[in-house]
Design a protein around this ligand. Structure first.
Ligand SMILES: [Zn+2]
Length: 468
């Protein structure tokens, strides 16, 4: 008996029956790696210009217009191949490439979110204490509060005035701009703080931002440091203290996207979650011409706080648009949705070897192993998830394999280790087939998150294949 032959028969049977071994970068062609490096440059520029949702929308409009998209006109009838964009309240955008098939055959959605965790200013934020001027903040989304102390922060957002005008504010991004920070207690005096659990050591009400320390003049008035700050803001933006009540101002990390590693294989940046999916979803719409089914990329706001509100995924914005384009074609909107398919373009937690016990290794995603399909998210026994169907999972597996796109499947950490959600369930509730597909992230929701350049590129290829 030939032992070697037997072994190879065994190996063949294993190859046939075992789940395929997802390989890392060894399985990615040098051509794909070069393309990924090129694609990453555009992404890093996008990140630096799109730290908050309003900026992400404005940047997306610019990219769309440069690539032949025009603003949607509800009085017009559109034909296959037409390219339009729709902006909802400056914080939510939809890019549409009309397909050759009639709308009741369904559309293809790629939906990502463009809001990220951060420190929002309270409605009445400014105060002076012990001759220091400070902003009170209310954090937005899931953060580990200690990570947001003692790092440079930039102020972004918009102030709306009673006359209907607005002013945009961005301070802290240019090299010669001032920036801001949250202070922390020195280790020498932290004996008490150091005994606290991580969740309590930095209180939410202690995320106060240092914004000034010089008095307006040497008069005997109180609150002269605060006055000085208000005077600077008034001269530059025309803002008075009361205008903060009608503002959306937020503090985000002031640093720019950077290559990570001697080999420059990764990107460290603020806001990968979820711009690392939003950008490839945007670019795949931009590079889709004359698709079979109408291709729609939607970038939504408010995902990090539950997708509520008129610019979040639970808004009727998308449904109203589908109803409108369906009616123009003599169809009911629900007929379009019933046959539609969606990739909920969101990130998953990349396996972190330093914290391996938080993960179940057979069902985790790993950076450099391609896009991750997440069948369900949720927590506590699959609560709060839409859980993609077996049939739809099979369809997406087949698509990715056919296009030779590197992919993997993953859960969000160990059972009962925590959990989370995405926009998937809100789309599924409209009777659309949907599954999460996105990029694995290290240090998710930290001021500096890390992703792999090839995973980013595979996400782009996946959305593009889905649209074509
Ligand atoms: Zn998130």
């Amino acid at each position: 008996m030939d032992n070697e032959k037997e072994t190879s028969k065994t190996a063949q049977l294993k190859e046939k029956l075992f789940v395929r071994n997802v390989k890392g970068l060894q399985s990615v062609s040098s051509d794909d790696i070069a393309q990924a490096d090129e694609f990453a440059k555009g992404y890093m520029t996008f990140l630096n210009h799109a730290k908050i949702e309003r900026e992400a929308v404005a940047t997306s409009v610019q990219i769309a217009r440069e690539n032949g998209f025009t603003e949607y006109d509800s009085t017009k009838n559109y034909q296959a191949g037409d390219r339009v964009y729709v902006v909802n309240r400056k914080k939510n955008i939809m890019l549409v490439v009309f397909g050759r098939q009639p709308l009741d055959k369904g559309v293809r959605f790629a939906i990502a979110h463009i809001d990220s965790p951060r420190l929002d200013l309270k409605p009445n934020p400014l105060y002076e204490t012990n001759e220091l001027a400070m902003f009170k903040t209310h954090y937005y989304g899931g953060i580990k509060k200690y990570q947001w102390t003692t790092i440079p922060l930039a102020l972004h957002g918009t102030v709306a005035f009673k006359d209907g005008s607005t002013v945009n504010v961005t301070v802290g991004e240019e090299d010669n701009d001032p920036c801001f920070c949250v202070t922390d207690l020195l280790p020498h005096l932290s004996r008490e703080q150091a005994t606290q659990p991580l969740s309590k050591a930095i209180a939410g009400e202690n995320l106060n931002v240092l914004i000034g320390s010089r008095p307006f003049d040497d008069s005997k008035e109180a609150e002269l440091v605060k006055l000085n700050i208000l005077n600077i803001l008034f001269e530059k933006y025309g803002i008075t203290e009361e205008d903060f009540l009608s503002a959306e101002l937020t503090l985000v990390p002031a640093f720019k996207a950077r290559d990570i590693g001697f080999d420059r294989s990764m990107i460290g940046a603020y806001g990968h979650d979820d711009k690392v999916c939003a950008y490839p979803a945007l670019m795949s719409a931009v590079n889709t011409y004359n698709p079979e089914y109408t291709a729609i990329t939607i970038l939504v706001d408010k995902e990090e706080i539950g997708s509520d509100g008129n610019t979040g995924m639970q808004s009727a914005f998308m449904e109203h648009f589908i109803n409108e384009i369906a009616e123009k074609n003599g169809l009911k909107g629900y007929k379009v949705l019933d046959n539609s398919k969606c990739l909920s373009a969101d990130v998953n937690a990349g396996f972190d070897p330093t914290y391996s016990s938080a993960f179940e290794q057979n069902n985790s995603s790993y950076i450099n192993r391609g896009v991750v399909i997440t069948k369900y998210t949720g927590s506590g026994g699959k609560y709060d998830t839409s859980d993609a169907s077996a049939e739809y999972m099979a369809e997406i597996r087949n698509l990715l394999d056919k296009e030779n796109i590197q992919w993997q499947s993953g859960e969000l950490g160990k059972v009962d280790g925590g959990g989370g959600g995405t926009i998937a369930k809100y789309v599924a509730n409209l009777n659309v087939d949907v599954v999460d597909l996105g990029v694995p992230v290290l240090s998710m929701h930290a001021p500096l998150e890390v992703i792999s350049k090839t995973d980013l590129y595979m996400a782009y290829r996946a959305f593009k294949a889905f649209f074509q």
